[in-house]
Design a protein around this ligand. Structure first.
Ligand SMILES: [Zn+2]
Length: 243
């Protein structure tokens, strides 16, 4: 395995010293540092090393060929390990980035899909429709749809959107307003409680508050409105495609 050649000058003798030191370092390293499973290299090396150590500086020293030391991974091995580790870290980082991009893409697809859904803002029958005339309303007509739920029943965001108002609005009492992707604003009034904050993104069907009787309300119900550029529109058309 290891070739022994007679040296012919002092420069070679010096090389022997370097190689011998290299071999000593190499043998001191754990065997897995070499990356080789060839047991012959390890078995042969000590014998040659003994000869080299005994005769350092002598004119007739044998030369252990450098490639053997390189195989054992002495000079430059640490550099190689660091390079390999850097490559492995780079591959891992790329994989993490790829998975994150994939996750974000799926989330965007899910959002796009959910943006197509509409749900009723309350699970209750309609007690008063849109446009009914009557002196009990400030404008002389009913500007929304009333859902006749019980006090404390959940109120849901009718579509995906962003909360633009939560708080008290005189006759409406405790109110939540959401702007949706189509620009329509939905208003949920007379709530006993609000469960969202301004600026919050809400999912379709997400609970945003509870039915109550705050403001001008004779009993617990949800007053639901749709507004386009601040003007009342029939919520039934937006919710169900008809009134
Ligand atoms: Zn109403």
């Amino acid at each position: 395995m290891i070739k022994v050649i007679a040296p012919n000058n002092r420069w070679i003798s010096g090389s022997i010293l370097v190689v011998a030191i290299g071999l000593t370092i190499a043998l001191a390293l754990p065997s897995n540092f070499s990356g080789s499973s060839d047991p012959v290299v390890v078995a042969d090396a000590p014998q040659e090393l003994t000869v080299a150590n005994q005769d350092v500086g002598a004119a007739d020293l044998p030369i252990v060929k450098v490639p053997v030391a390189a195989n054992l991974g002495a000079p430059g091995t640490e550099e190689k390990i660091q390079k390999f580790k850097a490559q492995a870290a780079n591959i891992a980082a790329q994989e993490v980035a790829r998975l994150a991009a994939e996750k974000e893409k799926k989330a965007a697809e899910r959002r796009a899909l959910r943006a197509k859904y509409t749900v009723n803002p309350a699970r209750a029958r309609i007690s008063v429709g849109y446009g009914r005339k009557g002196r009990i309303w400030d404008l002389g007509w009913h500007t929304g749809i009333d859902f006749n739920g019980d006090y404390g029943d959940p109120v849901y965001a009718a579509r995906v959107g962003k909360v633009i108002f939560t708080g008290w609005r005189s006759a409406y009492g405790r109110t939540v307003e959401i702007r949706h992707l189509d620009g329509v604003v939905t208003r949920y009034a007379h709530l006993s409680r609000t469960r969202v904050d301004v600026g919050q993104e809400v999912d379709v069907g997400e609970r945003i508050g509870n039915i109550g009787a705050t403001g001008n309300a004779f009993g617990a119900h949800l007053h639901f409105e749709t507004l386009v550029n601040g003007k009342y529109k029939n919520p039934g058309i937006w919710l169900w495609g008809n009134d």
